[in-house]
Design a protein around this ligand. Sequence first.
Ligand SMILES: NC(=O)c1ccc[n+]([C@@H]2O[C@H](COP(=O)([O-])OP(=O)(O)OC[C@H]3O[C@@H](n4cnc5c(N)ncnc54)[C@H](OP(=O)(O)O)[C@@H]3O)[C@@H](O)[C@H]2O)c1
Length: 217
Amino acid sequence: MAHVFIIGATGGVGQRLIPLLQDRGHTVSGLHRKPEQADDLRAKGVTPVAGDLMQMDEAAMTAALKGADVVVFSAGAAGSGQDRATVIDGDGPIKMLAAARANGIRRLLVVSVFPEAGRTQDLGAGFEHYMTQKKRADVAIAASDLDWVLLRPGTLKDDDGDGHVTLGRAIAYGDVARGHVAGVLAELVDAPGIRQEALELTDGDMPLPQAVAAMVR
Ligand SMILES: NC(=O)c1ccc[n+]([C@@H]2O[C@H](COP(=O)([O-])OP(=O)(O)OC[C@H]3O[C@@H](n4cnc5c(N)ncnc54)[C@H](OP(=O)(O)O)[C@@H]3O)[C@@H](O)[C@H]2O)c1
């Protein structure tokens, strides 16, 4: 069983991922930035680790990840400004990568974004900046020799989903339930054979476990 550290444990995907991992027998630690979130995480059986991605340097991230076997990055600045997107969406996974190396952690699951997200919608400079930062992080992760997966969901919807998805190396763009993103991440924790992959994810027709199993080379 693995010790999984979630960066973004209090978010829409992260909160759904926690019980899925625990049901599989994994232990979970989670980063939180607000003091009051510690009790909520503890009540869910998660070891809370305090830290704000805006302030954390590599050393702080290295200390936070100590003892983990797998790290999931599902945090995001969520449109709170370009400076925050640079540090959270761009620098965040890069600091995580350095901290994973320092701790000897090989398995990294990063929630990225479809390259064509928002195309033709003219979502503005802030969104373009976010996309640039997500890609900057992806490039750094993908250049590493660790056992990374970049998971690129379509537009996130705040529901659990019906358990059916489309998952592939290149698929048509679409929406995806946050529950499906969490479900695929949980499957990936237990599928070490899927590594050094960028996978795109939408709601779809295939049962989620089968869709993940189909990605094993
Ligand atoms: N929205 C979309 O349509 C879409 C599409 C594709 C990919 N994505 C990506 O999917 C991932 C998950 O999205 P989501 O909707 O589940 O995110 P979310 O609900 O907005 O949650 C974001 C998480 O990041 C944490 N966070 C934000 N700023 C932080 C900071 N300074 N320090 C530490 N933690 C911080 C939040 O903590 P708090 O609880 O303290 O706020 C929360 O746990 C993100 O990486 C996002 O970029 C989103």
